[in-house]
Design a protein around this ligand. Structure first.
Ligand code: AOF
Ligand code: ZN
Length: 365
C-alpha cells in the first residue's frame, strides 16, 4: 500500500518538471481507508509546497489521514511557512516520506518535528526513485553547483558528424523530442562556439503544442567570436543568453553582446583552456541548478576532464558513418591508458524509435 501511493506521489511530482528549479519536484497524496482524499504537487518555483496543495485539494476533512510525500516536509520559514507545522495543525496522523530533504535548513528537522509531536513517520519508501527524480536538487542544494548532463547524438560507431560536418540528423524524431524534454527540464543549455559557428543552433525548447519552457542558453566562447547574427542571440525567448568569455575577448565585442541583451561572464583561462569549473560555480550563483551540455567533441572532452559532468545521455542512431577525421562524441587528446578512462556507473538504456539512449553517471557519489 505504501508503495502504491508513493508511486502516485512520484508521478504527481514529475508534473512540475521544468517549472520548479532550483527547488525540488515534490508530490503528495492524502489517504484514508485506502482511498485518496487529496493530492497535489509543487507546481512552480515559489508556489505552494506539495503537501499544502494536497491539503487544499482534499475532498474531505484531513485530520486522522495518512500523508504520502516524496520529500521530507520542510521545517523552515522560507517563501512559505513550514509544512511540518501545517501537518501538525491539520491533525494528520501518519506521514510516509520517500527521501530526507538534503537542504541544510531542513535535513531531518521536519521529520523530527513531526515525531516529537506524536505523528508516526515512516521513511525510505521508494527513496531511490525520489532521489533520482531530484538528482538536480540534491546536487545543487548541497554543493551550490549545477548538475551537468552531457548529451550527445551519435552513430553506432560514435561519430557526431560525417567528415564534412553533416550531422542532421543522426538520431530520429523520437530521440530529438526527448532532447527537447531535457531542455525543458534543465535551467541551462550549454554549447561551444564551434557548434554555434558550424550549426547555428537555436537551443530553444520546441515541443508539440508550444509546450515547455526555454532554458538559459550558455555559449562557451573564450575570444567572443560569436556573430551578432547567431540564432542563439536572436531567438524569441523569455530565457536570456549567457556568453562565457575569457580575457582574450575584446571589450568592444563584449559591449555589443551586452547591448543585445546577452549576459557576459568572464572566465579565467587555465592551462587546458577555459575554466569550466569556475563557470559552473558562477552559473550556480545565478540560481541555475542544472546544465544540459550539448557541445561538440572539444567542449565535451574539456567538461569531462575538468570533472563537471554528472551524467551522460548518449543517443545512438542505428547508422555507421566511418571516416578517420569524422568527429566523435569526446575529442581532445583523450586518455593514454585505460586506467584513466572515464568510467560510468548505474547504466541504463532506453529505446527511442529505432535508436537507443545510454545513460550513465560519473564520479563516485
Ligand atoms: C519546494 N516544494 O513541495 C517542498 C519543498 O523556497 P521555499 O521557501 O519554497 O523552500 C524551498 C525548500 O523547501 C526546498 O529547498 C526544500 O528544502 C523544501 N521543500 N520545496 O519548493 C515542495 N516540499
Ligand atoms: Zn514545505
Amino acid at each position: 500500500m505504501d508503495i502504491k501511493y508513493m508511486h502516485r506521489a512520484l508521478r504527481l511530482a514529475k508534473r512540475g518538471a521544468g517549472y520548479t528549479n532550483p527547488n525540488p519536484l515534490v508530490g503528495a497524496v492524502l489517504v484514508r481507508d485506502d482511498r485518496i482524499i487529496g493530492e497535489g504537487y509543487h507546481e512552480a518555483y515559489g508556489a505552494n509546497h506539495a503537501e499544502i496543495n494536497a491539503i487544499l485539494h482534499a475532498t474531505e476533512e484531513v485530520s486522522g489521514a495518512d500523508l504520502y510525500v516524496t520529500l521530507e516536509p520542510c521545517s523552515h520559514y522560507g517563501k512559505t511557512p513550514p509544512c511540518a507545522q501545517t501537518i501538525l495543525e491539520k491533525g494528520i496522523k501518519r506521514v510516509i516520506v520517500a527521501a530526507e530533504d538534503p537542504n541544510p535548513l531542513v535535513s531531518g528537522r521536519g521529520i523530527a518535528m513531526l515525531r516529537e509531536n506524536g505523528v508516526e513517520v515512516i521513511t525510505g519508501v521508494l527513496e531511490k526513485e525520489s532521489r533520482k527524480l531530484n538528482e538536480i536538487f540534491f546536487k545543487y542544494i548541497t554543493t551550490g553547483k549545477p548538475f551537468c548532463i552531457l548529451k550527445a547524438a551519435m552513430s553506432l560507431d560514435g561519430k557526431i558528424a560525417t567528415r564534412t560536418g553533416d550531422s542532421q540528423w543522426i538520431t530520429g524524431e523520437c530521440a530529438r523530442r526527448q532532447v527537447h524534454l531535457l531542455r525543458h527540464r534543465v535551467a541551462c543549455v550549454m554549447t561551444g562556439i564551434g557548434t554555434v559557428l558550424s550549426d547555428d543552433p537555436q537551443l530553444t525548447t520546441r515541443l508539440p503544442d508550444k509546450k515547455g519552457k526555454d532554458a538559459v542558453r550558455v555559449i562557451v566562447d573564450s575570444s567572443a567570436r560569436i556573430p551578432l547574427s547567431a540564432k542563439v542571440l536572436n531567438v524569441d525567448s523569455d530565457a536570456p543568453a549567457i556568453v562565457a568569455v575569457t580575457e582574450k575577448a575584446q571589450d568592444k565585442k563584449i559591449r555589443e553582446l551586452e547591448r543585445m541583451g546577452a549576459k557576459v561572464i568572464c572566465m579565467p583561462q587555465t592551462g587546458n583552456g577555459v575554466d569550466l569549473a569556475f563557470l559552473m560555480k558562477k552559473l550556480g550563483e545565478e540560481g541555475l541548478d542544472s546544465v544540459l551540455l550539448e557541445g561538440g567533441s572539444t567542449l565535451n572532452e574539456s567538461a569531462l576532464r575538468q570533472g563537471i559532468v554528472d551524467k551522460v545521455n548518449f543517443f545512438i542512431g542505428p547508422i555507421l558513418i566511418g571516416g578517420d577525421t569524422a568527429k566523435t562524441a569526446v575529442g581532445g587528446r583523450g586518455v593514454a591508458s585505460l586506467k584513466d578512462a572515464y568510467r560510468l556507473r548505474n547504466l541504463c538504456t532506453q529505446f527511442f524509435g529505432r535508436g537507443i539512449m545510454i545513460e550513465g553517471y560519473l564520479g563516485t557519489g
